[in-house]
Write a protein that binds this ligand. Structure first.
Ligand code: ADP
Length: 338
């Protein structure tokens, strides 16, 4: 199974740096999710790993083999795309078998492989159908069955579930986790959806502007992000960010005895503690009910912030608030965690 090593990969389109000196190492048999906003360079990185894109500089190794100049077929990776991409006039069983004939398998072997793959994806009953007779979720199951039919050691997924509704998406995410463990393959997926990253990753690689800004276990990136970009992207509702040119920052600087090098602080919405008080410095401006908690937007001195509350608060309610020192994230002028 490949241990993937990316060394100083760069790629530009005209004046856009899609990848800017990207390096990372990925252990085999792991689930890595490349997460980031649109335009971060995630798909370009995945396509470079697949061999579908050439890079200007840098190298890609599978185990210790330099595959930088190798074709996608030579790299032996399987890939799943956003849309199922099945052949319309071909039965599902033949869609799954596609590509196996020219690899020299016998008819009997192919039948067994297709059946096994279909069983793993719970689509055995759909093998005789054509793609237009399947739902969106079933089509994506069929394309996953095709991708894993040869038990690839490396599976790449490019926003594979983004066109599916939430329930189906979660079902297939769980399915992929099970398959990954069962087959033992290395899995790299790309998404802009942080929930998907949390659901499908041992390791998250967070990208922005063609660079890797952070990597690690999802909960580590959430609890102790190495920089402000990561703190801001991961978490919903988003973290409250308070910069040093605000009145609230000045107040908090005094309260928390912040050093001068601290230029920005960030507090997660669930980390505020509060108490109703008609003389409090915060005032509720908007409240959104959620499952098990309420999203409360409020004004505090010159800032609009957000907190999560178990109890409903009505608009206009004034309150006092604070957060434990350990829950106040501190960043320097470059946005690096202190
Ligand atoms: P992501 O997958 O994170 O949304 P991409 O890897 O698709 O980002 O793109 C990274 C940057 O490269 C973006 O600014 C995008 O517009 C640009 N880009 C990607 N593909 C091309 C292309 N074929 N031609 C020109 N620019 C491209």
């Amino acid at each position: 199974m490949p241990l993937i090593r990316i060394e100083h990969l760069s790629k530009s389109y005209d004046d856009t740096h899609a990848l800017n000196d990207v390096s990372f190492v990925m252990e085999s048999g792991r689930k890595t999710v490349i997460l980031g906003p649109s335009g971060a360079g995630k798909t370009t990185l995945l396509r470079c790993i697949a061999g579908l894109e050439t890079c200007e500089s840098g190298k890609i190794f599978f185990d210790d083999e330099d595959v930088t100049a190798k074709s996608p077929a030579e790299r032996k990776v399987a890939m799943i795309f956003q849309s199922a991409a099945l052949f319309a006039h071909t039965k599902i069983k033949d869609n799954i078998a596609y590509g196996l004939y020219k690899l020299g398998y016998t008819k009997g072997e192919i039948e067994t492989m297709v059946m096994r793959s279909a069983e793993l994806l719970h689509i055995s009953h759909l093998l005789e159908r054509y793609p237009n007779m399947l739902s969106g979720g079933e089509k994506q199951r069929a394309s996953i069955a095709r991708a894993i039919v040869r038990k690839p050691s490396l599976l790449l997924l490019d926003e594979p579930f983004s066109s599916l509704d939430e329930r189906l998406r979660e079902e297939l995410q769980a399915e992929m986790m099970r398959l990954q463990e069962e087959i033992g393959m290395t899995m790299i997926s790309v998404t802009h959806d942080q929930q998907e990253a949390m659901n499908m990753a041992d390791t998250v690689i967070f990208m922005k502007n063609g660079e890797i800004k952070a990597s690690g276990a999802p909960e580590d990136l959430y609890l102790s992000p190495p920089n402000l970009d990561t703190a801001e992207f991961i978490g919903s509702p988003a973290v409250n960010v308070i910069h040093d040119d605000t009145a609230l920052f000045a107040r908090l600087k005094e309260f928390y005895h912040l050093k001068d090098e601290v230029r920005t602080i960030a507090i997660r919405p669930e980390n505020f503690m509060f108490e109703e008080d008609e003389n409090g410095i915060a005032e509720v401006t908007h409240i959104k009910p959620g499952y098990g908690n309420y999203e409360v937007r409020f004004r505090c001195l010159d800032q609009n912030l957000i907190l999560l509350s178990r109890v409903p608060l009505s608009k206009g309610t004034r309150f006092r608030l604070c957060a434990f020192d350990a829950n106040v994230m501190r960043f320097d002028e470059k946005g690096i965690s202190l």
